[in-house]
Design a protein around this ligand. Structure first.
Ligand code: PLP
Length: 461
């Protein structure tokens, strides 16, 4: 029975249970204890309705790169709302123009920027651009290049196309059949699947698998390959030297477009402005979201190189334009806030700081490897993963409940850390750290110490 929903009702826990459907959780887990309800945030910390402060080791959902409570972002949003809250990019507005310009300046190449509101939409947009690009450039008489290849453990979003590119079985079960034409290959997950081979040999095998898949499918049917430079939610999988270059070369040889999903990697997270800059290998299309506004506004972007855009050019009245629009993509407020958020990243050298603090934290976390249940500690910048196993020899993933006990221990110490959530046993065993880039050395010490205590509280299982 629905209790009275009067404006003066203050029992938020009851109201929550009555009305709110939370993502990714089994609601019965809230029957004893409602979810924590946050009221404010400053820097790396958020405070709940009971006044308890938590260190947010996962930046919300990997997005609050500049940290919470940035008054100047609120002021920019306020001023832009007063001036012009909304106008679509079927025409134009100044913050949209300036942000598109800024993104291309940061990337260092000529191109065009298409705005949407979420990471999923940025990827959907990338897939549609890739298909239409090929449709308009293919030699007469050739069939459509429509297939999209992604890697297992990659997450690319929740909408049906982006979910089809997502290669985490547990996210797709019960929603199938999905969109046809999406294929998956192995990522360079050396720790789990390297089998003691030298890393370059394993790397070459992963690349060969990609090339053979393209060969078997027929390159002329494949539109694009999409990769996160560093797989994030799928368990923090950092590619070895030479991997991205190899993917690029395969795409070049086969006429396939290369898309980078930098929804998590982008905007300083990995210690450089963009994740792929660690390897100096450029994509044809790139997707941004999350850190693009540091989570202060819903905004995403799909950036294409100029040669792709030119395939959409023709005389007015022709039908080669991009037939795609989103009502809220690139509003004046979202783009103005994004510009200021990027300005903060640059002004406060937060990419360099993420690199420095990431190295520091990764160094401190090496101590974890002394524990029999810690198989691997890895990452780049402030995107770090700790892989928990039953034992180091077999590398069998640690049971989900044991992994959950680590995150719970941290939460009890007011420290929010992430893990790759799943319903399929076997891939729930990577703890994930992605704190705001403003994290101090003291915060890093506390985060590392708490996590070490939590892991060492595990009896070896
Ligand atoms: N791509 C990656 C790598 C992500 O991690 C996510 C979300 O976590 C998405 C795409 C989808 O972004 P959104 O949730 O904004 O649709």
């Amino acid at each position: 029975m629905f209790a009275s929903l009067s404006p003066e009702k203050t029992d938020l826990g009851t109201m929550d249970a009555e009305s709110l459907w939370h993502p990714l959780v089994q609601h019965k887990s809230f029957s004893q204890k409602p979810p924590k309800c946050m009221t404010r945030g400053v820097g790396c910390y958020v405070t709940d309705t009971n006044g308890i402060e938590y260190f947010d080791g996962i930046s919300g959902l990997w997005c609050v790169n500049v940290g919470y409570g940035r008054q100047e972002l609120a002021e920019v949003a306020y001023e832009q709302m007063v001036d012009l809250a909304y106008f679509p990019l079927t025409m134009s507005h100044e913050p949209g123009i300036r942000l598109a310009h800024k993104l291309l300046e940061l990337l260092g190449y000529e191109g065009k920027v298409f705005f949407s509101t979420s990471g999923s939409e940025a990827n959907e947009t990338a897939f549609k651009i890739a298909r239409q690009y090929h449709a308009q450039t293919a030699p007469a008489g050739s069939g459509p290049r429509y297939k999209i290849i992604s890697r297992y453990r990659g997450y690319h979003g929740h909408t049906m196309g982006a979910l089809s590119a997502t290669a985490q079985a547990e996210r797709k079960l019960k929603y199938e059949p999905l969109v046809p034409g999406f294929l998956h290959v192995s990522p360079p997950y050396y720790y789990r699947f390297g089998d003691g081979q030298p890393e370059d040999v394993y790397n070459a095998a992963c690349l060969r698998e990609l090339e053979q898949t393209i060969l078997y499918e027929g390159a002329e049917s494949v539109a694009a390959v999409i990769v996160e430079p560093i797989i994030s939610g799928g368990g923090v999988i950092v590619p070895p030297e030479g991997y991205l270059r190899g993917v690029r070369e395969i795409c070049d040889r086969t006429g396939i477009l290369l898309i980078y999903d930098e929804v998590v990697n982008g905007f300083g997270r990995t210690g450089k402005m963009f994740g792929h800059q660690h390897w100096g290998v450029e994509p044809d299309i790139i997707s941004f979201a999350k850190g693009l506004t540091s989570g202060y506004m819903p905004l995403s972007a799909t950036v294409v190189k100029q040669f792709i855009f030119e395939a959409f050019l023709d005389d007015p009245g022709s039908d080669s334009h991009f037939r795609h629009v989103t009502t809220y993509g690139g509003t004046p407020v979202c783009t103005a806030v994004s510009l200021r958020s990027i300005e903060i990243l640059e002004r406060e050298n937060l990419c360099e700081r993420a690199a420095e603090m990431g190295d520091y934290l990764l160094g401190k976390l090496q101590r974890l490897l002394e524990h029999p249940n810690v198989g691997d500690v890895r990452g780049k910048g402030l995107l770090l993963g700790v892989e928990l196993v039953k034992d180091k020899a077999s590398k069998t993933p640690l049971d989900s409940d044991a992994v959950a006990s680590v995150t719970k221990y941290c939460m009890d110490k007011q420290m929010i850390i992430g893990r790759n959530t799943n319903t399929i046993p076997g891939f729930t065993n990577v703890l994930i750290l992605a704190p705001p880039l403003v994290m101090s050395r003291e915060d890093a010490d506390r985060l590392a110490d708490t996590l070490c205590d939590a892991v060492f509280a595990l009896s070896s299982s």
